[in-house]
Design a protein around this ligand. Structure first.
Ligand SMILES: Nc1ncnc2c1ncn2[C@@H]1O[C@H](COP(=O)(O)OP(=O)(O)O)[C@@H](O)[C@H]1O
Ligand SMILES: [Mg+2]
Length: 420
């Protein structure tokens, strides 16, 4: 089914709230406009629009309406569809399977397994396929880690018939992100499994686990996480917050990334829209409880600045809809970066009047947009600064991070420039 597809169209399926099987929501076509630029078109199907249970695919671009949506942004791929596709890591897996790099955008969507984030699916048939029930089990993690290692070391040939490539598909994963990962199942449900890489400077998975714990201690809503140790390797498991195990299978929440909410992508040219200040404005329009989520986002900015998580780009934020309404997803992918700079570190997104500066005054400068008065905002900043300074080391050590690794990341916490 790979590449050279003459018909650049596919059906978009959706699993409605509370359901475990998809139905057809509409049709997506990728063509070119007169100037030769990629042009994406989406229409909801008539029977979908007639379905009283129908929900919008995303709260920004593809509202539930009887019209043809068009986009020339992102190579013609609507943000919500891009979010459902694989990212750097998943693309590598698919390229190996297809036997070549740089497939068409539609190929990535169609070739990717159905473990994708959110409630969407893609296929060439009008009727969606039955959901696959088979997921890797947590006990397969050792094999999966070995496959991920082989892919990183480029030991896997670009040959669809090679046994390792067949095996590689077991890694699956349409989940986004650049780090090696897969999806596994246990009796509680589905988990994203993130692996360490041999070239990591410290035990990343343990450190990420510790950061989730530290964030929880700072009052932030985070994904549930645990570590599985396979031989000498630690794997981070985070519970899928867009899936819920029920008797008949898995229900799915819709999910769109911060990139989609900001109508942007990763290209450097559109990073002017990478902004928490814009994000919170958009968020307040989208979510059911604006006050709650705006304040929560403020906490997350503050936390990212305090742990020097400068990889807090818009794809590391999301909104989800379990039922009909949207809310901010739990926090995920929190990583400390012990940069050398002591006076100024920048977050990935603008966070105040002084741009991306990870600094208390800067963060406080736009407090009103986060629906906080200045005193409330100051209290959050001061309390969190005090909490992170006082507890980061113990929390990190209690999460199983070694003494050596704790020293390696020490410089990430409450760097001097935060309170300049
Ligand atoms: N527990 C989870 N439940 C649902 N989706 C998740 C979960 N963790 C991550 N994701 C999704 O997978 C993507 C990649 O995960 P992330 O932890 O950000 O990996 P990376 O470190 O490779 O960026 C995220 O952008 C998000 O869309
Ligand atoms: Mg990420």
């Amino acid at each position: 089914m790979t590449s050279n597809r003459s018909d650049p169209e596919c059906f978009v399926y959706i699993t409605l709230p509370g359901q475990v099987s998809p139905i057809t929501a509409g049709k997506f076509a990728l063509t070119k406009n007169r100037s030769g630029d990629a042009l994406g078109r989406f229409v909801y199907g008539r029977s979908y629009l007639d379905n009283p249970q129908a929900v919008e695919i995303d709260p920004v671009e593809l509202k539930l309406a009887n019209q043809t949506y068009e986009t020339v942004q992102l190579g013609g791929i609507f943000g919500a569809l891009r979010d459902a596709g694989p990212d750097y890591w998943g693309r590598r897996v698919i390229e190996k399977h297809a036997g070549k790099a740089q497939l068409g955008e539609l190929d990535y969507l169609l070739e990717s397994p159905d473990d994708r984030a959110g409630a969407l699916g893609f296929g060439l048939n009008k009727a969606p396929p039955a959901p696959k029930r088979k997921f890797n089990r947590t006990m397969d993690l050792e094999k999966l880690q070995a496959l991920a290692d082989a892919l990183i070391k480029d030991e896997i040939p670009n040959d669809p018939d090679a046994p390792q490539v067949q095996e590689l598909m077991r890694l699956g994963t349409s989940m986004g992100g650049a780090r090696p990962k897969t999806v596994v199942q246990d009796d509680d449900g589905l988990w994203v499994a993130k692996f360490n890489r041999d070239d990591d400077k410290w035990n990343n998975t343990r450190v990420e686990h510790a950061m989730l714990r530290l964030a929880r201690e700072c009052g932030i809503a985070t994904v549930e996480s645990r570590i599985e140790t396979i031989g000498s390797k630690d794997v981070l498991l985070t519970k899928r917050f867009d899936r819920e195990k029920v008797a008949k299978g898995y229900t799915r929440s819709r999910m769109v990334s911060g990139l989609t909410i900001l109508r942007t992508d990763e290209a450097v040219t559109v990073r002017t829209r990478w902004s928490y200040v814009i994000l919170v404005e958009e968020l307040r329009r989208i979510v059911a409880d604006a006050k709650k989520d705006a304040r929560e986002l403020f906490r997350r900015i503050c936390f990212n600045a305090l742990i020097s998580n400068t990889d807090d780009h818009p794809r590391n934020h999301a909104v989800i809809a379990r039922d009909r309404t949207w809310k901010l997803s739990p926090a995920f992918d929190l990583t400390p970066v012990p940069a050398v700079a002591q006076e100024r570190r920048d977050l990935a997104m603008e966070c105040g009047d002084m741009g991306r500066y990870a600094n208390a005054k800067n963060i406080l400068s736009q407090h009103a947009r986060f629906l906080l008065n200045l005193d409330e905002a100051k209290k959050i900043v001061n309390d969190m600064q005090e909490q992170v300074s006082r507890t980061w080391y113990d929390t990190v050590r209690a999460s199983g991070v070694s003494k050596q690794d704790a020293e390696k990341i020490r410089g990430a916490f409450v760097y001097p420039g935060f309170s300049l």
